[in-house]
Design a protein around this ligand. Structure first.
Ligand code: WT7
Length: 652
């Protein structure tokens, strides 16, 4: 194979540690060998329609589908002619089995309150709220916004919308009134479900007050349902606002789930992108559910005795697919936590795992890097022996953070599934299957069934082994987004016009000689240093492999000599102080790990990095700081503006 003159991205990371699945894990796993994976994967690619039609029959249908797929590039439909219901598949289906009285949901509030709901109890609550929605005049196809804390009522409201076919739009509870108004107006939502307030680090977040402020600008909203969680004072608007518990008290717990078309828009979710105006990603009913169901079953290897804890908020896609639809359609027991991981102490997650005997734990690299920063003693204090499987999602995970996670949380015993996917993909696209795949820290390994992933050059030709390029998906998959709400042109240009005719959503990657995928970060973050196109993730990983470093973010700054100079923002582990000598040591460390081409021109120590509300580092803003540019771009997704101000003051 001929080497291209200049690769799209040059890979410099070498990571060779390998972890085969433990034999005892494989023996009991849903899928227990690489041979089984290879066989099913080959089947799913050779004939995706036959593969997914067979799997779709594991779901409950009111009317069977007549055609499996219609691919009219770039639009796809799956399971045409079929009718089904998401909530029916998550609840009713289990009521005729032994799962009827099993816990569907265990919940712990930040203040220590607890609740548990069996499948039967959750079903009744969902039916009640479905009746409340219907009595308020809401019908299939209406949009309903949910702006709530992480309370059981959020799951109930989500499923109740799905039950009547109201397209839900969950708005993360950390967003402001402006963000609520933008999203509600874009979708013309007719109703909002909210809470009086939410607990976060012991403080009250005034959710209802935020909604009131937003609604001054939202003429489409006729009805507001309010769950009383915190008991704070709030304003109730006569004729518009309804208290949840009052409406629920008189509602029947019987309700027939609506038979919905397989392509019915089940929800809109606005992406938390690091640039630009939020997009309303629209998901289907049947294809979405199949993706959620199948990936949860295989990637999380769910068994009936598992207690499964995904730390994501339901306001993100991870919460939709892996707190609600995936685990419940599999009949799992979900554990849900309301509050912050460091409240009242930095060991809260570990206390929860020990108390609720959590067996599967799924979180984000940004959280893992925070755990590392907080110190090893917090997990060490708790009995984490109930855990059998760990997962990560959201960003590339630096190999050293992966190793820390395996050792300090997984007791060197639990497999780790590094799951690559996006809001737009609906469900996991690239991930190990824990009973089958040999994992390597930093690699999401192999594509899921039916996912024809590849790494290509700008002209669409496939890259060779370890040649960095664009990550594309060549065939539609069931849980793929269907459009951008109200802007189908944006759907086409955003995802299908950069590397036509493929789906491309912005990530750089390489594939090694074994066929494993390594996500190298967003293409927008690639830097051109002396003609070498470098991804940020690999330099960051080299920094994180130094004993003093907990977290690092690398950006480019214009430089006369090299075109771009590498600037690294670094936060330190406990016990290390930000000294000039350490800066030199870190520069030397990167030179040794990668080579002089990646040597940072400048290291800046910082306590915190600017992140989106979902925890992604906003390198664009760091680039502005490093170059002494004024920040002109959008900062509305930034979690904490004061971080940016602090970075600007903190010059060398
Ligand atoms: C972007 C999607 C999908 C759940 C949460 C994020 C990055 C996500 C990984 C991973 C490397 C990852 C990508 C992707 N990403 N998971 N395992 N390894 N990168 O959803 O907000 O839509 O973000 O997150 O850059 O494109 P999202």
């Amino acid at each position: 194979m001929s080497e291209p003159k200049s690769p799209e991205i040059q890979s410099v990371l070498t990571e060779g540690r390998q972890f085969p699945p433990p034999k005892t894990f494989s023996e009991r796993a849903v899928l227990g060998s690489m041979e089984a994976y290879e066989r099913l994967y080959a089947e799913s690619i050779a004939d995706p329609e036959a593969f997914f039609a067979e799997r779709a029959r594991e779901l409950h249908w009111f009317t069977p589908f007549k055609q499996t797929r219609e691919w009219n590039h770039p639009h796809v439909k799956w399971f045409l002619g079929g009718t089904l219901n998401l909530a029916y598949n998550c609840l009713d289906r289990h009521l005729t089995t032994s799962r009827r009285d099993k816990a569907a949901l265990h919940w712990e509030g930040e203040n220590g309150d607890t609740r548990s709901l069996s499948y039967l109890e959750l079903h009744r609550e969902v039916c009640r709220f479905a009746n409340v929605l219907t009595q308020s005049g809401l019908v299939a196809g209406d949009r309903v916004a949910l702006y709530m804390g992480m309370v059981p009522e959020l799951v109930i409201a989500t499923l109740a919308c799905a039950r009547i076919g109201a397209t839900h739009s969950v708005i993360f509870g950390g967003f402001s009134a402006t963000a609520i108004a933008d999203r509600v107006n874009d979708a013309s939502a007719r109703a909002i479900v909210t809470c009086d307030g939410a607990w976060r680090r012991g403080k009250l977040v005034p959710l209802k007050a935020n909604v009131d402020e937003a609604l001054d600008r939202c003429p489409s909203v006729e009805r507001v349902f309010v769950v009383q969680r915190t008991g704070n004072d709030m304003n109730l608007v006569e004729g518009r606002d309804v208290l949840w518990h009052e409406a629920m008290a008189t509602a029947s717990h019987e309700h027939d789930a609506a038979p919905l078309d397989s392509e019915h828009p089940s929800f809109i979710l606005y992406t938390s992108g690091t640039t630009g105006k939020p997009k309303g990603v629209v998901h289907s009913t049947a294809g979405y559910l199949l993706g959620a169901y199948l990936t949860t079953k295989y990637v999380f290897d769910l068994r009936d005795d598992d207690v499964y804890f995904c730390t994501a908020d339901v306001g993100w896609i991870t919460g939709h697919t892996y707190v609600v639809y995936g685990p419940l359609s599999n009949g799992a027991t979900v554990f849900m936590y309301e509050g912050a991981p460091d409240f009242p102490e930095k060991d809260r997650f570990w206390a929860l795992i020990a108390r609720w005997k959590v067996s599967i734990f799924y979180t984000a690299p940004t959280a893992i890097r925070a755990f590392i920063k907080w110190g090893d003693e917090h997990p060490a204090r708790h009995d984490l022996s109930s855990l059998r499987l760990l997962g990560t999602v959201g960003e590339p995970i630096n190999p050293e953070a992966w190793i820390w996670y395996r050792k300090h949380i997984g007791g060197d015993r639990c497999p780790i599934v590094d799951t690559f996917w996006q809001t737009e993909t609906g469900s996991i696209m690239i991930s190990p299957l824990p009973g089958a795949t040999t994992t390597t820290p930093g690699s999401a390994t192999r594509p899921f069934f039916g996912v024809e992933a590849d790494v290509v050059r700008k002209d669409g030709s496939p890259c060779g082994p370890d040649e960095g390029g664009f990550l594309v998906i060549k065939q539609p998959w069931p849980s793929m987004l269907r459009t951008v709400w109200g802007d189908d042109a944006r759907y086409q240009t955003q995802y299908f016009s950069q590397i036509p005719p493929y789906y491309f959503a912005g990530d750089g990657a390489r594939r090694d000689a074994l066929g494993n995928f390594w996500i190298m970060g967003r293409i927008d973050d690639v830097m051109n240093v002396s003609g070498h196109r470098l991804g940020t993730m690999e330099i960051e990983s080299a920094l994180v492999s130094h004993e003093a470093v907990a977290e690092a973010a690398v950006v480019g700054r214009p430089d006369e000599a090299t075109g771009t100079a590498v600037v690294a923002f670094v936060s330190l582990r406990p016990g290390y102080s930000p000294e000039a000598a350490l800066k030199e040591a870190l520069k030397g460390h990167v030179t040794r790990e990668i080579g002089a081409l990646a040597r940072p021109a400048e290291i800046r120590f910082t306590q915190l990095l600017p992140k989106t509300r979902s925890g992604k580092i906003m390198r664009r803003l760091l680039g502005d700081v490093a170059s002494n540019r004024q920040t002109l771009g959008d900062t509305t997704t930034l979690e904490d503006l004061s971080v940016l101000a602090a970075l600007r003051e903190d010059q060398e």
